[in-house]
Design a binder for this molecule. Sequence first.
Ligand code: ADP
Length: 427
Amino acid sequence: PIIFVATEVHPWCKTGGLGDVVGGLPPALAAMGHRVMTIAPRYDQYKDTWDTNVLVEVIVGDRTETVRFFHCYKRGVDRVFVDHPMFLEKVWGKTGSKLYGPTTGTDFRDNQLRFCLLCLAALEAPRVLNLNNSEYFSGPYGENVVFVANDWHTAVLPCYLKSMYKQNGIYENAKVAFCIHNIAYQGRFPRADFELLNLPESFMPSFDFVDGHVKPVVGRKINWMKAGITECDVVLTVSPHYVKELTSGPEKGVELDGVLRAKPLETGIVNGMDVVDWNPATDKYISVKYNATTVAEARALNKEILQAEVGLPVDSSIPVIVFIGRLEEQKGSDILIAAIPEFLEENVQIIVLGTGKKKMEEELMLLEAKYPQNARGIAKFNVPLAHMMFAGADFIIVPSRFEPCGLIQLQGMRYGVVSVPTRSIRR
Ligand code: ADP
């Protein structure tokens, strides 16, 4: 049995590729015969989930908290959601960009406690949830499981597994794979915060970290991702090339390259795309569905629908270039915005869909006023529009400074959009 623990799971909650993978990979593993569960926070009142009425108590910081599990069973996967006000209270009814903080790039002050709670609940779920929807498996998952922890938010999971369970003879055979989706986000906090985690002092070396930055404090810090890498059984990354990048030096490894070199990295496995969700022949968000034989006409029609949707002149002979992604330096959205005047010397249209840094969102929103005939910027997280863009655009531009995997290129290939990476743009 495999148990994915993550802060995002599509279609319930997603801000990027992490959500896509935790949404799409488990059904593929289930189809191969594995018993698979995902555990994520219950940020909203997900209508398709039911209240299991199973409660567990976990100690988070200096408080005992009661969490409740919600569940649904879809495409062979047990989807489990951890219900606690630390998640629901903050995010209910709001957009995906608020999963981690009040604004992009700002953490909620209690994020460490929120994610400790998620990991502690996740370690209880396989033992306490009696799940019987599958025709092949029934009962609790039990102790002989593999946890897949994803990114820094779940890096404390192997630590709790050791300190609270294995030490007491529970989960003796359980293993943890720690998957790095993006090493740029590590969870660096003041060293004194180690106390919040309720871990034995012996774990301190795994968290201990010194960097050259002054935020959040000067000097020694704790680094969650470092602990995840150190304490797990195996490290995974989201593409084979990313493994090489991460160990190549402090710049690409964002100062964890040494830690990674000390721990033999297992294979990087390319992120898959959920081919049920991303299928132009059945996509519920696109007007004209298509396959390899109907692609040419259908895409021309979808382009006109897309142009009308965003208010650009409708003409399928005009090349349409799109960008979909977080508005951050990583994604090169600043490079793109700066380059737009040059693009528009040609007879092309540009549509930029993204959320992120405030300044870039503001620049996006000015595009229509500046270039009414050629450009639109939409500062929203809009999944239906993203699908329409893949179905109708000619090119998807990927000016990323680095890209651990990049799902948009995969989505582009699946829909017949030519993906244009950074190097081509620089040339
Ligand atoms: P990352 O995980 O670094 O954010 P990826 O390219 O791997 O980047 O995955 C991003 C995912 O989020 C893709 O599924 C993409 O279609 C989706 N996405 C990104 N921004 C938006 C947006 N503003 N609206 C809708 N979907 C978006």
